[in-house]
Design a protein around this ligand. Sequence first.
Ligand code: C5P
Length: 224
Amino acid sequence: MAELVVAFDVPSGREALALARRLPGLRWAKLGPGLYVREGPALVREFLARGVHLFLDLKWHDIPSAVAGAVAAARELGVAMASVHCLGGAGMLAAAAQAAGEVALVGVTILTSHDAAGLGQVLGRGVPDVGCEAERLARLAVQAGMRGVVASGAELPLLRAALGPAPWIVVPGIRSPADPVYDQARTIALQDAVRGGATHLIVGRPITRATDPGGVYQRLVECL
Ligand code: C5P
């Protein structure tokens, strides 16, 4: 069954833990750079002590030894999942995989903030189709030992067909038709993402900004 991962993009650890208390049966939490830089490993341990699986979403992209060091530290901390950038290349991905142990590493293919023109500028060549680039990088990531990839809902069918059934595909930008999209460009409904082969659905503001976060969480879990 797919897993619902709540993105705790809130200003403080105190607010994060208060929100966690309002989500009965919370299984997965995602911490990104903002909250992690502010609160550090102590907040990770608070979640782990509550029996929550932790996705440390710091999207590492550095020389192989530096990324392997970060992954080893995440492993010691006890997180269940962590992210790296596929654009770090095969050597970096392999070094990360070697250090991962029981941590599930997922590779970010192309940032959802990139369009074809912006990506072409970074790569120094024309990019006719962002989906093809995402597919190429996803194959590289899985070959290098990643447990899966992070991708937008738009790329789900392409990536599931390319990767086969085993790799995780972690999908952010989950929205129901009534939700504000905020700054997400490409959103997908939870049921469509599950049908398309997503294994982990990341939901942030539709839960964190709801007046009844527990009710929204519960309704989404029932759709998995
Ligand atoms: O609030 P919302 O549901 O849009 O939150 C989405 C979460 O997914 C954020 O924590 C964001 O960092 C993360 N994410 C994303 N796009 C990616 C990778 C991660 O929105 N490509």
